[in-house]
Design a protein around this ligand. Structure first.
Ligand code: KG4
Length: 353
């Protein structure tokens, strides 16, 4: 939507568009620079502090964002060899996410943009993940999905099937009714005593495990929706019963446990995606979000793609987890449409699309 913020319109068409993107929705502080659609830098500061608590602590996350935001933005400008006076607009993640975390990025974006007298652009975090497929960098010329396409967006906070008709015309056609897939990985990993975030550890240990050794419950949910809380509970009770008989059960079976858990999550995710693709007769299918870094999900996705004659798209690893490259890229597309946001706009915590 054009917010009618015409005071910035004047001579923009003459100059190149240099967009600073800021991402602070959860526990990664990230800044990126995109010039005329080309990514010049993408800096991410992870917050190690949450590992000690086995999950993201919102108050600590927002404090860490406050510490990180200035050095991360400075580093992004430096690596891009861009002076802040060259910026055309500041794009920021407005939501969904942790409100305290979002407030840091949003406030910083507003303050910087006001001091430079340039517009701000609000970006929906989920749209950012989907538009990660359109990031242009100097590494390789990747194929991009054609509209309409389906995107399975799986992260620590979201599990959704999105029908993408255009850059900003997206519809969530299915989503989790409780936990996200990444949350299921992280919570089950925590029960096994693995560090946070557990998803990558499960992936690594699963490589030498038997995916059919243990069977865990799968949900029976209507339409294209997901549920992962039942799996988490059945995993917990299964381990509790086994540990009562053999206290070394987890250590003796960790690889098989990880492989079986991973296979269950991947199967749940793929079944709904396949039925959505069949029902809508769409063959351009994409993956996005932190869990799309999972090797079994990637492989299964590619295998089904071959079998079902899909054109499949998986973003490079660095653009699967939270990053500002996707926010700056989405911001660039909005900039081209004069789609700016007012300084009075506030962050939102819950899903809006
Ligand atoms: O997109 P993201 O960085 O942040 C959110 O917006 O949530 O996703 C983080 C999630 C975590 O739950 C993490 O465990 C999961 O992605 N993840 C993985 C893998 N790498 C990251 N899950 C399974 N296998 C992986 N290799």
């Amino acid at each position: 939507m054009d917010h009618g913020n015409t005071r910035f319109g004047c001579d923009r068409k003459m100059k190149s568009a240099v967009i600073l993107g800021i991402e602070s929705s959860c526990d990664d502080t990230s800044a990126a620079i995109v010039r005329d659609g080309m990514l010049l830098s993408n800096v991410i500061a992870n917050q190690q502090i949450h590992a000690a608590y086995g999950g993201v602590v919102p108050e600590l996350a927002s404090r860490a964002h406050q510490q990180n935001i200035v050095p991360v933005v400075s580093e992004a400008l430096k690596r891009a060899k861009v002076d802040k006076s060259e910026l055309s607009a500041v794009a920021f993640t407005r939501g969904p996410g942790l409100l305290g975390s979002l407030l840091v990025g949003t406030s910083f974006a507003k303050g910087l943009a006001q001091s430079l007298n340039i517009p701000i652009i609000d970006v929906n975090h989920l749209q950012g993940h989907v538009l990660a497929h359109f990031i242009n960098d100097d590494k390789q010329d990747r194929q991009k999905p054609k509209f309409p396409f389906l995107c399975l967006l799986v992260s620590g906070g979201n599990s959704q099937i999105i029908c993408v008709d255009d850059f900003f015309k997206m519809k969530i056609i299915g989503q989790t009714i409780d936990d996200a897939a990444g949350e299921a990985f992280d919570k089950c990993a925590k029960v096994m005593g693995l560090p946070y975030p557990g998803g990558p550890h499960v992936d690594k240990l699963a490589k030498t495990g038997n995916p059919t050794k243990f069977v865990f419950s799968k949900p029976n949910i209507k339409d294209y929706n997901y549920s992962f809380s039942g799996l988490k509970t059945s995993f917990l009770y299964f381990l509790r019963d086994k540990m009562a008989k053999n206290e070394n059960f987890i250590t003796e079976n960790i690889n098989d446990l990880c492989a079986s858990l991973q296979a269950t999550v991947v199967d749940i995710l793929m079944k709904k995606l396949i039925s959505a693709a069949n029902d809508l007769n769409i063959k351009e299918i994409a993956l996005a979000g932190g869990v799309s870094a999972n090797s079994a999900l990637r492989q299964t996705f590619v295998d089904y793609g071959e079998k079902l004659k899909w054109n499949v798209f998986i973003p490079p690893f660095e653009y699967t987890t939270d990053n500002a490259a996707m926010i700056a890229t989405a911001g660039y597309f909005k900039y081209l449409k004069n789609d700016f946001c007012e300084i009075t706009e506030v962050p939102f915590a819950r899903v809006e699309m």
